[in-house]
Design a protein around this ligand. Structure first.
Ligand code: DAT
Ligand code: MG
Length: 170
């Protein structure tokens, strides 16, 4: 038993199909706590960094296009990103998310219930769910800044940034 945190993404197909509420309800069965949440327009750099371990796969290009959501058009070209935390969070959440291939996933899991494989072979599997603690740490640090998470889950350092342009409320 270990306290873990992980990254969950509701991918653009989940948003377009209006599944956000259903997905969050299903995930809540694991009784984990949300410690970070935001909407993100996914840049190509972020998409490629997130899936770097798959860059040699034949489906990589389709996967990057999919997570960026451009094929769905506006306003669906975004994801919702969450950091969840709790006891054995990763295995509990991955069970609820289901197998990677939506056709093989338990039909009661999120991917089994809502996912599909497109005619182009893209696994539209609705959610991303970190696979182990080190991947979770890498992904959380990629998607979230320390101040966007309400708990200090990893060490931080203070730096002074000069002359950085930043938008503030006018
Ligand atoms: P998971 O998302 O379950 O951790 P993964 O990290 O192996 O699975 O792959 C990341 C994503 O890549 C996955 O959600 C969907 C896509 N993918 C994996 N295998 C695929 C395949 N054989 N064909 C098409 N897409 C695939
Ligand atoms: Mg993975």
């Amino acid at each position: 038993m270990a306290i873990e945190q992980l990254l969950i993404l509701i991918k653009p197909d989940g948003i377009k199909k209006s599944l956000t509420g259903n997905i969050l309800t299903k995930l809540s069965e694991a009784r984990m706590v949300i410690i970070g949440a935001k909407a993100v327009r996914v840049s190509r750099d972020l998409a490629e960094a997130h899936y770097y371990h798959l860059k040699d796969k034949p489906f990589f290009g389709g996967l990057i296009d999919y997570i960026q959501g451009e094929v769905y058009g506006k306003p669906w070209d975004r994801v919702l990103a969450f950091v969840y935390r709790g006891e054995d969070a990763i295995s509990k959440m991955r069970k609820i998310a289901g197998e990677t291939n939506p056709e093989e996933a338990d039909p009661v899991s999120i991917r089994g219930a809502y996912g599909r494989i497109t005619t182009k072979g893209v696994y539209e599997n609705v959610v991303h769910c970190s696979s182990d603690p080190s991947e979770a740490e890498r992904e959380i640090k990629l998607w979230f800044k320390p101040e966007e998470i309400v708990k200090r889950i990893y060490p931080v350092k203070k730096i002074i940034i000069e002359k950085e342009e930043k938008a503030v409320w006018a």
